[in-house]
Every structure is written in structure tokens, then in C-alpha cells.
Ligand binder design. Sequence first.
Ligand code: HMG
Ligand code: MG
Length: 314
Amino acid sequence: MTVEGLPMAVPAPGLPARVRIHEVGARDGLQNEKSTVPTEVKAEFVRRLADAGLTTVEATSFVHPKWVPQLADAEQLFPLVGDLKGVHLPVLVPNDRGLDRALALGARRIAVFASATESFAKANLNRTLDESLAVFEPVVARAKDKNLHVRGYVSMCFGDPWEGAVPIHQVVRVCKSLRDMGCDELSLGDTIGVATPGHVLELLSMLNEKGVPTDVIGVHFHDTYGQALANTYAALQHGVTTVDASAGGLGGCPYAKSATGNLATEDLVWMLRGLGIDTGVDLDRLVATSAWMAEQLGRPSPSRTVRALSHKEQ
Ligand code: HMG
Ligand code: MG
């Protein structure tokens, strides 16, 4: 349980008043679990996240079930979650077949997911980078035609386990392609968690310089080297107001071995609260949800904040 008044809210100059958290625990988190979580538990997880005040809760993926068996129940899960008032439930879609499946269930927000590197495009999508962009183009066009909101993820924006450091111009090219296709929003993925704050600022500046405005950019950090919050702070200073995070710090990526957990939503909320930045999230409810999910998974949450606040309850 949080202690009233903690953390003390002390605003810092030049930061946004409000941040929208794009919660990815039910998708990015659970796709990487060794065990497959029962569909009813996933639905309860999504509902509890919404109940904690998260307004964007990525629900699942309409990918090939053999590639990500943990999310093979997307058809059963999506209707089970139901219509949560005021809460967006985006889903991942890798191709036309995925979009068909998402549309059949009434999804209103989708995300395509590109890579900034050839190696990860091959590992994750079984395509070259340009082939994968060619697959996305008609998917995004059809989704926009149906008035869906489309997010474009770009993985490996800072480093890649096979290729090492990723040149910024390579990331910018993929971001621009996704914008040109019609993606409403981008998410810059540090899939293996190797970014540092200066690199984040440099990429954001280059994107702006090449015509991608900050207000369409979200950031997606992993905490492999403990840099996720520092990188987030840098992005906030640059004016970014959409931050991806995963409840309890769940997840990594099944097709990138060195990817460990995403930035934990609780750790993010703790910092934003301290900075006096509004997120609309009830931290106690969120921590209770992650503690519950950790029990379902049979292991403790890697989130420092979940551990600190759950410990206080005992
Ligand atoms: P492929 O084997 O090249 O597929 O996989 P294909 O196009 O050759 O089709 C083969 C068969 O799969 C066909 O069936 C298709 O119908 C079927 P057949 O004719 O042989 O019976 N198929 C599908 N079935 C169901 N749903 C579909 C679908 N598509 C084809 N959507 C494919 C290509 C893209 C499908 C595969 O590589 C795939 O599913 N990849 C998904 C990988 C994934 O989900 N990775 C995790 C998400 S990315 C991530 O986590 C990073 C991120 O979080 C950012 C970060 O953390 O930094 C976003
Ligand atoms: Mg991730």
C-alpha cells in the first residue's frame, strides 16, 4: 500500500502535465511467459488494469499461433474482456490475415510492428525489412479506411542482439515509412534495453528534423541495463507524452533472446507521481493487480515498486 503523500510531488521544469500510459503487460508481458496463462485469467488481468485507471490496455496479438502460442487464444480472449467504457484495447496485427481476425471481433485499434534492423525483421516476421513494410502497407490502408487507429511499432531502435548499435538514420527511415503509410502513432522500441538518455534525445531530434513530430511518438523501453526510467525522463524532457509500460515489469520478446522485462508500469507511475505528472492511474490498485498476476505466474514481480509496496502490506 502506498503511504499518503509519498512520493512527494515536486514538479521539475519543462515536463508535460499529463502522460498517457500505453499498458502492454497483457500482450508484450504475457507473450513471453513460459507458461500459458488461462484465458479467463488474462481477461481478468485486462479488466483489473482498466479498473486501475489505465485507458490504453493492449489486449493480445492476432499473430500466427505457432509463433506466439501464449497468445493463441486471442479469439476467445477479446470477447471475454468485453467493452470497457473509455478504455482502448489495441491488438497487434502482423499482416492481412491478422487484420481480418481483428476486424471480425470488432477491434478498433491495431498495431503493426516493424523492425529497424534486418535481423529482427527476419526473426520476428520471417521477412526482410522492406518485405515486412510492404506487407504492412495494405494492412494500414485497409485499417484507416475503416477508421481504425493504427500504431506502428519499431523494434530495435537503439541496438540489436545480432547487429549491435543501430544507426539512427535506419530507425528514421522505418519511422517515416510507417507514417507515410498512415500510422497515427509510432512507438520507439528499445527491445533489448540498451538505450541511454543521450541516444534517446538524439533519435527524437533526428525524427523531428526529418518531419516526424513529437506528438505522434511514444517510447517503449526495456529495463535490461536499468536505464528505462532515465530514458523515459529524457523523452519527457523532449516533450513525449505517450509512454509504454508493462504492469509488474512483465515480459521481453520471444524472438530477441537478450530482451528482459519492459519498464514496469508501477515504477513509471511512481516517478510520474513524484514529478506531479497526472496519469489517472490508481497505484494501489495497480500494485494489487501485479501482485495477483505474480501469484498466477508463480514468481515474484520484477518491479521494484511492486515489491516495495507489496512488502509494506505484510
Ligand atoms: P510466416 O510463416 O512467414 O507466414 O509467418 P506466411 O505468411 O508464410 O503464412 C503461413 C501460414 O500462416 C498460412 O497458413 C497463413 O494463413 C498463416 P497455411 O496457408 O499454411 O495454412 N498465417 C496466420 N495465421 C493466423 N494469424 C495470422 C497469420 N498470418 C499467416 N496473422 C508471420 C509470418 C508474420 C505470420 C509470423 O512471423 C508471425 O506471426 N510473427 C509474429 C511474431 C510476434 O508476434 N512477435 C512478438 C511481437 S513484436 C514485439 O514483441 C516487440 C514490441 O513489443 C516492441 C518492443 O518490445 O520493442 C512490439
Ligand atoms: Mg517490449
